[in-house]
Design a protein. Structure first.
Length: 149
């Protein structure tokens, strides 16, 4: 396989993975099967060293059965955040952190909610948001906690 063909094949496979979960996902693209609908196109890392409270919440929520592979859906974030936080009172000096986050289709009603320090919560949220910024809606990503800084 020459370099041009290899690059084109990689691009097609990446495109298939990026749209996994979108309408028509799982169909062949130019004769190459796209990623299965439960595959993640990218890994989103949250540092346990930088965001210990949010990282612990992610680990606990995933261990309790919340999904690690999530689908970006920015348009519904406000509604999902309201649904997730319904019935969870505000506490002075704390943020209510939800997992899965509201920017993902899997967030909303039934999300795990924990109280965390505002700096940790907002830093982790910015960390996730910055990594997702270049990814279009309907992209499936895997959220992983890492020990690094």
């Amino acid at each position: 396989m020459n370099e041009a063909h290899a690059a084109r094949t990689e691009s097609v496979l990446r495109a298939g993975a990026m749209t996994a979960g979108a309408p028509g996902a799982g169909a062949a693209v130019r004769g190459i099967a796209s990623a299965p609908t439960n595959a993640a196109a990218a890994t989103i890392s949250v540092s346990k060293a930088k965001y210990p409270e949010s990282a612990a919440h992610i680990e606990n929520a995933q261990a309790a059965g919340k999904p690690s592979v999530l689908t970006i859906d920015r348009a519904g974030a406000a509604t999902r955040r309201t649904d997730a936080l319904e019935g969870v009172p505000s506490v002075a000096g704390k943020d209510r952190d939800e997992y899965p986050p509201a920017m993902f289709q899997e967030g909303g009603r039934g999300a795990s909610v924990q109280y965390v320090s505002p700096g940790d919560n907002r830093g982790a949220g910015a960390c996730i948001g910055n990594q997702c910024r270049v990814l279009p809606d309907a992209t499936r990503v895997q959220i992983k906690v890492t020990p690094d800084e």
